[in-house]
Design a protein around this ligand. Sequence first.
Ligand SMILES: [Zn+2]
Ligand SMILES: [Zn+2]
Length: 1020
Amino acid sequence: MLKRWRDARVFERSLERTENGPRWTFYEGPPTANGMPGVHHVEARTFKDLFPRFQTMRGFHVPRKGGWDCHGLPVEVAVEKELGLNGKKEIEAYGIAEFNARCRESVLRHVDAWLEMSERMGYWSDSEHAYRTMDADYIESVWWSLKQIFDKGLLVRDFRISPYCPRCGTPLSDHEMGQEDVYQTVTDPAITVRFPITELPAGTNPALSGADLLVWTTTPWTLVANTAVAVHPDATYAVARKSGDGDRVVIADDLFARVLGDGWHVAARFRGQELVGTRYSRPFGLIKIPDAHVVVPGSFVTTEDGTGLVHLAPAFGADDMETSRAHGLPVVNPVRADGRFEEDIPLVGGMFFKDADPRLIADLDERGLLFRAHQHEHSYPHCWRCGTPLLYYALPSWYIKTTAIKDQLLEQNDLTKWFPATVKEGRYGEWLRNNVDWALSRTRYWGTPLPLWICPDEHVTCVPSLASLSELAGRDLRDLDPHRPFVDSVTIACPSCGGLARRVPEVIDVWYDSGAMPFAQFGAPLRAMAEFEASYPAQFICEAIDQTRGWFYSLMAVGTMVFGRSSYENVLCLGLLLDEQGRKMSKHLGNVLAPVPLMDKHGADAMRWFFAATGSPWAARRLSEPALAEIVRKVLLTYWNTASFLVLYANAAGWPASAAASGDLSLLDRWVLSELHSVVRDVTSGLESFDSAGAGRRLAGFIDDLSNWYVRRARRRFWDGDPAAFATLYECLVTLTCLMAPFTPFVTDYVWDVLRGSGSVHLASWPSADTSFIDTSLTEQMRLVRRLVDLGRSARAGASVRTRQPLGQALVGAAGFGTLPAELRELIASELNVVSVASLDDGVELVDYTVKPAYRALGARFGSSTPAVAAAIGSLPPADVAAAVLDGGSFEVFVDGSAVALGPADVVVTQTPREGWAVASADGETVALDVTITPSLRSLGLAREVIRLVQDGRKTAGLDVSDRIWLRWSAADADLIEALTTHGSLIASEVLATDYGFGTGSDAGFADAELGLRFWLRRA
Ligand SMILES: [Zn+2]
Ligand SMILES: [Zn+2]
C-alpha cells in the first residue's frame, strides 16, 4: 500500500485536487530529530494526520509542511556527553565552531528513523520541503521578528535573579522550571546564626545593646555574601534574655516560644521598624562588601518560620536583590558562573557552592556564632536536563516584556478554541494570568544568536537580516552562517555614536524558534510572503498537553507580539500515553515501546484506531498489545470480512457494482441506510469538533450493525442474488470506507480498490448525510427487535434448547411490539428460530409462583403468633400475593380475627416458568418461548442439522458458494428418514442441490455418527 501511494503520488494528488479549495491550515510542531521516535510520537501524529485527511476529503486545501527543531540545550548536552566535555570552559577550549558543527550533525541523525516511522504509520507530511530551525533563512526570519519586538520596546536587558544551572551555565526559563523532576526533596543543613549588634540608631530601646540578631537560613553558603538583614517593619520583635548567663538575642515575638523555648524570657518588645538602621557584625569577612551590613525593612518577611529576621545576599535571591536595590546596597557575587567560589576567597575559594556548607558551619561554630544547627528536609530545584542543584543567581539577561502584552494575550486566548475546553481557563489561562516576562537569552552556543550589537556606550542595535548586517558592517555577509562563532566576529559601527559595536554573546531560547515557525518556516517576510499570508493563522495545531507552557504559549506569544493576533484558532491537547500498568512511558523507566515493530505486528491501522477512537484524545490511555489485538479482531477484521462477503457473493451472482441502492428495498435495507446516514452525520460533526473518539464509537457500532445484524439477517438474499441487498451493502461499505479512511488509511484504501476497481479512497470526497434516509422510528423499532431477540436467546439458553431446534411460538410483552410491521416480526421469528411470534396478552401467566413466609422478619414482629401468621400466608393463592408484593405493595391476612398488613419483606416469592415455557424479562419487556417440541418441530430440527452438515461438507469438498450440487443420503433412523423426506425441498434449496435423493455414492462420502447419517455430494 505504501508503495502504491508513493508510485501513484496519492498524497501529492490529494493536495493538487484541493488546490483551489478553501485553506485549512495545520502547523507541524517540530520534533527534535536528535532522539529516536517513540510510540507517543505515533499518538501525536495520528491526530496530526487524521484531521488534515478529513478536511482534505471535504475539499479543503491542507498543505502539510514538515519541520525539525534543531537548536537547544538538549542537543548541546548530548554532544557534550559524546565528546566527553564537561562545562562551558571545556567547550570553548574544544572550539565553538567545531562544537556547533557536531551539534548540527547530531540533530538530523535520526531523521531516517523518523521518516520510516512516519511512513509506516501513514503520516502524510511534506518532508522534502521540511523547515529546519537551524537554516539561515529560518534564522533570518527569527531575527526579523525580534526586530519588530525590539522596535516596540519589548526586548530589554535586565539584571535579574534567575534559577541557574551552573553545570549547563545557563538560566532556566519558567517553562523549564515547570518540568517534572525539577523539584526534588533533599536534606540540607538549616542553621540559626548570631549576628552581633555593633551599632544602634539613636533612641532605640537600650535592651538591644549587646544583643545578637538571630538569623535562620537553609543555604549557609549564601552567608559569605551577606549584605543586610531584613525585618518586617510592622511585626513585633522581642529581645530575649536567657536565665543565668544573661545571653540576649533578637527574634520575632511570634517565634519566641518555638525557637527558644524554656529558659528564656522577654526583656523587651518593639516594632520591627525600630530595628531598621541597626548595624551588625557580619558572619564572614571573606570578601569585600562596602557600605552594607545594616537592618532594612522588608514587607516580604514573615514570622511564620525561621526567626523573622532574614539574611539578604542580593546576588542569590529575588527579594534580596529587590530590597538591596531599594536601599542602595551593593550586589556582590562571589560565586563564578560554574557554581564555584572565586579562587582567591579564603576558606571556600574554588569550592562548589553547596559543598562549602559544612566548612562554613564549622567555622561559625568555632567562632561561637552558631546558635543552632540541624538537618532540614525541603524541596529544592535541580536542572531538569542534567540534575545539578540550581542556584538563584543574578545574571544580566535579555527579556521579552510579555507582561506588557498580558491583556492582549488574554484576549487572544478568549478567541481560541481549546480541546478540551477546560485548558483555556484552567492550566493555560492560569499561566497567562500569572504571566512573567520571557527570559529569552541563553549563554550557550548552539542556538539562534541574539541579533543585538552593542557599543561601549551601550547603544543597542537590533539587526533584522543578513542584508542589513552587510550594510552595517560594510561588507557582503549575505552568505554568512548566522551561527556562533561566525556571527560573533562581525563588528559594526554603532549607528548612534560610530563606536565599535560587538554582538552580545547570547543565543535565544529554542521555544522562541518554534514559536516563530508560522512565518519562519517559509523564511517570511523576507521570502515567500504570499505563502505565509495564505496560511496564517492555523486552523489546527495538536500536541501533548505538556506543551501548554511550551509551544502553545510561544506560538501565541510570538504571533500576538509580531502580528497582533495568535497563530492558531483550534488547539487539541493530547493526553499522556501510559504503559499497561498505567505508568508514564519514559526512557527513565525503560518502558517505551518501539513503534515500528509494534506496527509490523498489529498493523499501523490498529495503532491509529487505538489512539484516535478508543478514548478521548485528551484522556491518558494505556497502550498494550492485547488492546491492539482486540481492535484488529473486533473492528478491522469485522469490516474486512463484511467487504469480503460482499465481493464473494457479488462475484458469484455476477452483480455489477453500482453506487445507488435500487430495486425493492426491504425494511432491513431501509433500516441500514437510515443508520448509515445518521452515522455520516454524526461522524462528520464529531470530527469537526475534534471528537475522534465519539466518531470512532459510531463507526465501530455501525460496523457491528452491518456485519452482525444486516448481513446476518440478509444472508439468504445474497445467496439468491437479490440486487437490492447487494446495492444496499455496497453503498454502506463504500460510504463506511470513506468515513474510516482518515482513521485507518491502509485497510480502507485496499477495500476501496477492491470495491471500486480503481483510484484511492484518499482522493474521494467526504460523503454527505442525506437526512431523508434517516428514519428515527425505524431505528427505535429495530432496537426493540434486537432487544427482544436478545431476550429470546437468553430464554432459550436458560431452557437449554439448542439454537438450531425450531420452536413453535414466542410470546412477546413489550411496549411498541404491537405496532411492529410484519416484516420485523418475521425477523424476530426467524432470528429466534420459532414458527410464529405473537403478543403476550395480559392475564396469560407464564410463570408459577411459590410464596413462603419470611420467618425471621415475621418472628421479630409477631413473636409467638408467627406460626399463625405463616399459616395464614400459606392459605392465600400464591399468584395474588406475588401480584401484590412484586409491585412493592402490601396484602392482608386475618389472624385470630383481626387483619394484619404484610409487605414484600414478610414473604419470599420465587418464580418458576410454567411447564413448557422459557421466559426472560428485562426493563419491562418479556419474551416467552414455547419449548414443547412437537414431532413436526423435531423433524424440522433434524432437517436443520442435516443442512449444517451438508454445508460443512461443501466447504470440505472445496466447492464455490454458488456451485450447484448432486446429493445422496442414507439413514437408518425412521425419524431422520422422515425428516429428510418431508423437508427434502427445504434441504435441497438451502444447500443448492439440484439433484437430491436417497442413495449412495461411489466413495466413502461424509458421515455423522451422532445423527446416524451418511451422505455423498459432488458438483452437479
Ligand atoms: Zn544543567
Ligand atoms: Zn554607540
